[in-house]
Design a protein around this ligand. Sequence first.
Ligand code: SF4
Ligand code: SF4
Length: 413
Amino acid sequence: MSNDHIMSSVGAVIVKTTSRCNMKCDYCYENISAASENGDMPLSVFYQMIDEVNANSKMNRIVFILHGGEPTLMSEEWLDSAVGYAHLRAKETGKTFIFNLQSNFKSISTPKLKKIKQLELNCGVSVDGPGLANSLRGSQDSTIKNIKRASQLGLHISALLTINRSNYADMAYTLAWLDSELAIKVFKANISHSVGNGLLLPEISTEQVYFAQKAILDYFCETEGRGLLEINLLSEVYRYFSGRGKTTLCGEKRCGAGKYVIGVTPNGDILPCGRFDWNDKENRLGSLGALNDDWYIAKLNLFHNDHQDNFAKCEICDARKICSYGCQAFIARSSSKRNIECGPTILRLAYYRQNEGRLRLALDNAIARNILPFAYMNNSDYSDGPYNDYPDSSYPDRAYNDYSDCSSASKVN
Ligand code: SF4
Ligand code: SF4
């Protein structure tokens, strides 16, 4: 084992600020209640987390994603103290801390929006479409109103959408709506898995996922890369034309969970990433202030090495040069234990082969817009894994991160 601290490569921290939420989406990967037993992260835990990451991570640029539960349920005073403290401590070590906030925007006051703007929190908002009937997310009317209100106040909003059984067929309509009605330019479309609150839901099928993703790719080609962009597929198209490129946090066979990213629960437990329940004990790697390296590594290896049957054919698979290998947390927590992202990846490879000319044009135009994933993949200074220390000035968008569950990647030309 090296002498490096267990947190030395951590460049992203998913902060489970609270176990409360004001929604209860059918597919939520958490199991959360309105009045949970554990509640909010005390500031003392937040400060301890900042101190430990600041002291032990060798990364000069660290992204903290304020997650939940629902992070906008935290008071303005809490947000002010937490972010203020973090920046103060970062100054001492010369690091840059970036704060992203991943929210449902269900209910948020104007003073809180102004506080978020003042603290320069980059906002990703979860939204699945224009209020579709039978949505697994429930009504999104208030979310939509609040996105518009936040935009009027000058906040940069990006969207995190979940492809699920209730919205996959309407993707083409949803894209036009995001583009024209919400003026969103960059979003992520993650695939819903049967985990957490949605454990008993059937998994979405390969054909359903591909139907939605094909609509996104068609839109990308039709708009020639000048319209709304979906980050996951944009990165994949880039990989198709350029080879695998640099390591990414979620896109490698052994992803960055536990090494490049950690999740921190409201009571200070450390998890391999954020895609676990706020009170998960099985995957707990330790606690702030009480980390045992050997135990941490053993638990992490157990997590990464489980369910490897999903990858038995990867070495002979043509799609491996574009593949992101699914999400180990979701595979492990699902009832199926399957990598449901495998089948759609193989179908997308066929699409790429059939549409090379259109995709190349769209990609060239998207690259010309100076969108971060490309700067991120190409930067020759890049040498120390997914989170590196090239200065912020090299980022067209300082909000960008490639962790799956945060969509903050705004300010696109
Ligand atoms: S598409 Fe499936 S089989 Fe092919 S590399 Fe990816 S996970 Fe492996
Ligand atoms: S979201 Fe999934 S793929 Fe990404 S780091 Fe976490 S476990 Fe790995």
